[in-house]
Design a protein around this ligand. Structure first.
Ligand code: ADP
Ligand code: MG
Length: 229
């Protein structure tokens, strides 16, 4: 059973990151350009050319939209947000994707309202990325449990999946820009998650066992403002 506490040193400097992004985007662009040249030379296109161009454009689109969440690394537009409600929205968004793979998602919270101060779109992005990864890790159906509680001035969100888990080699690398084990992965999702949680003074812990499953534990400071209960 492997455990990893994400540290900041994992995150590359801006220069390295820029080089990685440029590389990731250049590959599909090179392919698109190549196929356009073929069409030009041959005077017409066939379905194969179109489908390659289409999928490479989608990839560029996916990479750039995932990266957008990083645009403002230090969060300033914060609002008090009920995390229980946000997690309900996230599970709702991904229900059909889960259903398609016979995955049941359950949400348990110790209270109906637990507030944090955050940028809603970014925090939502984090949990969408994490739940998506959980769904993608589960090939034979099963359960994804989401547990929300409070501890020591933090909200604690646990995402427990029954997916293929991660061996030590993978666990050590996750969150590095563009590190992926998936054929069509981008390796951007976790990097963005770590960056955003860090920007909100939170922590992410990962426990994983190959063939058994993975638990992501996210802690974020509770909102300081008092709320009527
Ligand atoms: P991507 O999903 O595009 O591969 P991510 O940054 O979201 O990129 O994830 C990086 C890698 O971390 C994945 O390719 C996978 O190997 C591993 N991973 C992330 N979440 C899980 C999970 N819940 N279970 C197993 N492996 C995971
Ligand atoms: Mg992902």
């Amino acid at each position: 059973n492997e455990r990893l506490l994400i540290r900041t040193e994992k995150l590359n400097t801006a220069g390295e990151l820029a080089a990685g992004i440029a590389h990731e985007i250049r590959n599909p662009l090179t392919a698109i350009k190549g196929f356009f040249q073929m069409i030009k030379q041959e005077g017409h296109a066939n379905n194969f050319y179109y489908s390659v161009i289409d999928s490479e454009l989608s990839r560029v689109e996916q990479i750039t939209s995932e990266l957008l969440a990083l645009a403002k690394p230090h969060s300033e537009n914060r609002q008090d947000l009920n995390m229980v409600q946000l997690m309900e929205e996230v599970t709702l968004l991904l229900t059909s994707e889960a259903n398609n793979k016979s995955i049941e998602m359950t949400l348990q919270a110790t209270k109906k309202e637990i507030y944090i101060s955050c940028e809603e779109t970014k925090i939502k992005q984090v949990f969408i990325n994490l739940v998506k990864n959980a769904i993608e890790a589960m090939e034979n159906g099963g359960q994804i449990q989401i547990k929300i509680s409070e501890m020591d001035g933090n909200i604690v969100v646990q995402l427990i999946d029954q997916g293929f888990g991660m061996p030590k080699e993978v666990l050590e690398k996750i969150g590095e820009p563009f590190y992926t084990t998936k054929e069509k992965g981008t390796g951007i999702g976790l990097m963005v998650c770590f960056q955003i949680i860090e920007g909100h003074e939170g922590t992410i812990q990962v426990d994983s066992e190959s063939g058994v499953g993975t638990t992501f534990t996210i802690a974020l400071p509770l909102s300081k403002r008092p709320f009527p209960s």
